[in-house]
Design a protein around this ligand. Structure first.
Ligand code: SER
Length: 339
């Protein structure tokens, strides 16, 4: 009997850390992880096995296939948007080929244990490409509007949304024998995420978390986008709650495979003001990077998450003030004060 487990790829990243903690707190199933980087020691103890390796390594995936019965996959491994723009071919390898490998892995698991594997895939507001000068409607853009991304990362995310839908509904549709079951693909288009515990690397929405973490450490920060730049954000605990809520929702309630979600849409200057309220000595200026600005300008100012609220009860706990007052500032200030 192979051992039933949850598989998390990219487990050493921002979302991975938070997700491991929530899954452990839920007292659920054994967790195995794959990441190029070793897990922090405190997370190592929380998982059954941490594979240090690449999602592009077929031998590694085959050995996991042979040893474990994986019934849920959280496929988080990716290169973020800024890094992907510097290394587009590497981004395609990791973000697209890596995802294809994991979808094949999930299809094989589905065949072997005869029940659909739940496959969670984090997409992004980078899947949008909003034409210059168009204001978002007050209710935000829906999932199907303006999806002509301008970044490699955004193209990768949008294509993998389609790949997931293909594996879930149309996989090998011309085979003589109908497929015994399909991968149960579910995806969220995340806004910028802000964690009190970690700082992201290689993202373009990083100006918000960077501003907060720099101020808490008494470091100056130059924000690379204009003060009036507006995109949606969410606090990390709400992002993880949403992943788990979508993953647990009864299949028949889901009317789409990809859902928008959002919590608040501040301008960069609104974030700066909140940081200054908490850390009055913070030194935050603006040195605009026009190229990165163009990328953020191609992302939506607001998104419409009605489908997520109606289908599976998306209900973020933290609005902008609560995210700062009750989550980010107390934890971040304590963390750096403790050294
Ligand atoms: N927040 C991510 C980034 O900036 C997009 O998903 O790359």
């Amino acid at each position: 009997m192979r051992k039933p487990v949850v598989l998390i790829t990219g487990a050493a990243g921002e979302i991975g850390h938070a997700l491991i903690d929530h899954l452990v707190a839920d007292g659920g199933q054994a967790i195995i992880t794959v990441d190029l980087r070793p897990l922090e020691p405190e997370f190592d103890a929380k998982v059954t096995r941490a594979f240090a390796g690449s999602i592009l390594d077929h031998a590694l995936l085959e050995s996991i296939q042979a040893e474990y019965a994986v019934d849920r996959i959280f496929h988080l491994a990716a290169l973020l948007s800024t890094r992907s723009e510097f290394t587009p071919v590497a981004a395609h390898e990791v973000n697209v080929r890596g995802t294809l490998n994991l979808l094949e892995f999930a299809a094989a698991q589905t065949r072997s244990h005869g029940a659909p594997v739940t496959f969670f895939y984090p997409s992004s507001i980078a899947a949008y490409g909003i034409p210059a000068g168009i204001e978002a409607p007050p209710t935000g853009w829906t999932e199907i509007e303006h999806t002509l991304p301008t970044t490699m990362y955004g193209c990768n995310k949008l294509y993998c949304e389609h790949l997931g839908r293909y594996y879930a509904h149309h996989y090998k549709q011309l085979d003589a024998q109908p497929q015994a079951g399909h991968v149960d693909f579910r995806s969220l288009r995340f806004p910028g995420l802000i964690s009190a515990h970690t700082v992201p690397s290689g993202g373009t929405s990083d100006y918000a978390p960077d501003m907060i973490h720099a101020a808490a450490q008494g470091q100056a920060y130059e924000c690379f986008v204009r003060p009036d730049t507006r995109i949606p954000f969410m606090a990390m605990p709400d992002a993880v709650d949403a992943i788990l809520a979508l993953s647990a929702a009864p299949r028949e309630q889901l009317t789409q495979s990809v859902y928008n979600l959002t919590a608040f849409d501040p301008t960069a200057d609104e974030i700066r003001s909140l940081v200054l309220q908490a850390f009055p000595k913070a030194n935050i200026g603006y040195t605009i990077d026009e190229k990165r600005q163009r990328i953020v300008d191609s992302w939506p100012q607001r998104v419409n998450d009605t489908a997520a609220r109606e289908d599976w009860g998306l209900a973020p706990r933290y609005d902008l003030d609560a995210a700062f007052g009750e989550y980010l500032i107390p934890i971040i200030a304590g963390r750096y004060a403790a050294g």
